[in-house]
Write a protein that binds this ligand. Structure first.
Ligand code: DC
Length: 227
């Protein structure tokens, strides 16, 4: 497909399959894929290692100054690095998942992440997924998709992901974590998760990757007049 240098913003609740879908779409279009949640997870890991967040999810005000020392960067294969260290595996663990939403609710953390994300998006040709990409990070993105799926399907996906990584989660814990994160993500004051008015909704509870891809390709063809 000969497609213009656009930004595609994909938002939605946790474990709706945003990143798998966004990766697939980026590959199909020859675009760069960027997982904005990875940066929030990277900041969370940093705060944990520097002891700037406690077990009650209270964030130390010192985090603000400490962010100046934090260098997070995506490798060419999309894995996240903290300085020279690849942290991809650590940021996906349950301990990080359990504390990422309170960290992502801190306004200066969001500003820090947003400025990095906008830098990556300067040249377009990017598919970015997250919670506020179409509403706050790139409100002018030329294509916005809002993804949903039933809670049951989402919990099962997250559970299978964790098991595949060798973790031994309890399904109830996974459901609890999803609910908590959805609640915090959609109720925080700064840029809460919500569907942009001009976003297309994709409920993928019962769709295969092929069906999702066919849906979005049809959308792109219609919207940009590409045959
Ligand atoms: O997509 P994810 O589960 O890796 O995201 C991790 C957390 O980061 C999630 O709880 C919400 C937050 N997040 C956000 O607030 N805004 C984004 N654009 C992306 C993620």
């Amino acid at each position: 497909m000969n497609i213009p240098d656009i930004i595609i913003a994909i938002d939605g609740y946790s474990s709706t399959g945003k990143s798998s879908f966004a990766k697939l779409l980026a590959r199909k279009l020859g675009f760069l894929y960027l997982d904005s949640g990875a940066l929030y997870r990277g900041v969370t890991l940093f705060a944990q290692e520097e002891r700037l967040i406690n077990k009650l999810n209270q964030v130390s005000p010192e985090l603000k100054g400490a962010l100046a020392e934090l260098h997070l960067e995506f490798g060419s294969d999309g894995r996240l690095f903290m300085g020279p260290r690849c942290i991809e595996q650590q940021i996906r663990a349950m301990e990080v998942s359990a504390q990422v939403s309170p960290i992502a609710a801190v306004p200066y953390v969001r500003e820090w992440v947003d400025s990095q994300l906008r830098e990556y998006g300067r040249k377009g040709r990017i598919v970015m997924d997250g919670r506020d990409i179409g509403t706050a990070v790139f409100p002018n993105a030329q294509l916005k998709i809002f993804m949903t799926a039933s809670e049951e399907v989402r919990a099962r996906r997250r559970y299978d992901e964790l098991v595949a990584k060798g973790e031994t989660p309890l399904l109830e814990e996974v459901v609890q974590n999803l609910r908590e994160r959805d609640y915090i993500d959609s109720h925080r004051e700064t840029n809460p998760l919500r569907r942009a008015a001009d976003a297309f909704e994709l409920d993928n509870s019962e769709l295969s990757f092929e069906e999702e891809l066919a849906w979005v390709v049809g959308l792109i063809q219609g919207k940009f007049g590409i045959l």
